[in-house]
Write a protein that binds this ligand. Structure first.
Ligand code: AHQ
Length: 249
C-alpha cells in the first residue's frame, strides 16, 4: 500500500519553495519597517532603531560561534567561520559590528550611545538571547536552518539603500555601508545555509515540516525585535494597528 500523500516528502525544489513561501512573514512587512520605508520615522525613532538593533548585530557572531562549537564537520566550519569574520572584522576589514557603530554615528548617536546598550529594550534583549540560546542548545543543522531568514534579507537591505537617501537625507552616506556589505554577504551565507538545510531535513516529510517550524521561530524572533522597538521608540497606540494585528501572518 502506498504511503498516504500527506507523509510523502516534498521534492528538493518543492521543499525550497515552501521555505521561500515563509517570506510572507518576514519583518520587512512589520508596521515599524513599513513606516521606515515610507519615511515616517523621526530622527529620534531612527536613532532608537539603530541603538536597539546593535544588540542583534553583536549577537550574530556569538550565535555563529555556538553553531561552530556544535558542528563536527570541518568543511562546514571552514565555510561558516566567514560569518564571524564578516561581523568581527579581520585585518583591514573593520567588520559589520564596527560598520553598525558607524551607522549609529551617521544617524547622530555617539559611539557610547550604541556600544553602552543603554537604549536597548528588554524585549529586544529577550528575543536576541532566545536566538543565541537556540543556537547553543539545538543541533547545529537546526541553527543553520534558522539563519535562512536571510533568504529575504537582501530585499530589506536594498530597500534601505534605495529609500534612505531621499527619505532621511540627513543620514550621512557612510551610514549605509553596513547594508551594502550585507547584500553580497547574505547571498553568500544563504547558499551554504540552504544547501545544509535541504540536505539534512529532506530525510522525511516530518523533518521538512520541522524545518518550516524552525524558520518560523526565527521569523518570530525578528518580528518581536521590531515589536519591541516600535513599543520603545514610538508612541503609537495599539488601536492604530488593531486592523493590522488582526491580519493573518
Ligand atoms: O545584518 C544581519 C545579519 O548579519 C544576519 C545574519 C543572519 C543570521 O545568521 O540569522 N540574519 C541576519 C540578518 C541581518 N539583518 C537583518 C535586517 O533586517 O537588517 C535581517 C537578518 C535576517 O534576515 O535574519
Amino acid at each position: 500500500m502506498n504511503a498516504p500523500i500527506l507523509n510523502t516528502p516534498w521534492t528538493r525544489e518543492e521543499f525550497e519553495e515552501k521555505l521561500r513561501e515563509k517570506g510572507k512573514g518576514y519583518h520587512i512587512y512589520h508596521p515599524f519597517h513599513v513606516m521606515m520605508y515610507e519615511g515616517k520615522l523621526t530622527r529620534e525613532q531612527l536613532q532608537c532603531w539603530v541603538a536597539n538593533r546593535f544588540y542583534y548585530q553583536i549577537g550574530i557572531p556569538q550565535k555563529d560561534a555556538a553553531i561552530m562549537s556544535n558542528c563536527p564537520d570541518k568543511e562546514i566550519r571552514k565555510g561558516w567561520i566567514q560569518r564571524i569574520i564578516d561581523h568581527d572584522g579581520e585585518g583591514d576589514n573593520v567588520g559589520g559590528i564596527e560598520a553598525w557603530i558607524k551607522l549609529g554615528e551617521a544617524v547622530g548617536l555617539s559611539r557610547e550611545d550604541v556600544t553602552s546598550l543603554k537604549f536597548v529594550s528588554p524585549g529586544v534583549k529577550f528575543a536576541v538571547d532566545a536566538y543565541i540560546n537556540f543556537a547553543r542548545q539545538r543541533p547545529w543543522q537546526e541553527s543553520v536552518c534558522s539563519s535562512l531568514t536571510e533568504l529575504f534579507a537582501p530585499h530589506i537591505h536594498q530597500q534601505r539603500i534605495s529609500s534612505w537617501p531621499s527619505m532621511y537625507p540627513w543620514v550621512k552616506e557612510e551610514g549605509l555601508i553596513y547594508f551594502k556589505k550585507r547584500l553580497t554577504e547574505a547571498r553568500r551565507d544563504v547558499e551554504q545555509g540552504l544547501h545544509v538545510t535541504l540536505d539534512y531535513f529532506s530525510q522525511s516529510r516530518e523533518m521538512q515540516e520541522k524545518a518550516l517550524e524552525i524558520l518560523q521561530f526565527k521569523l518570530d524572533v525578528l518580528w518581536v525585535i521590531a515589536d519591541s522597538i516600535m513599543l520603545a521608540c514610538t508612541d503609537i497606540k495599539v488601536e492604530q494597528n488593531v486592523d493590522y494585528l488582526r491580519q493573518p501572518r
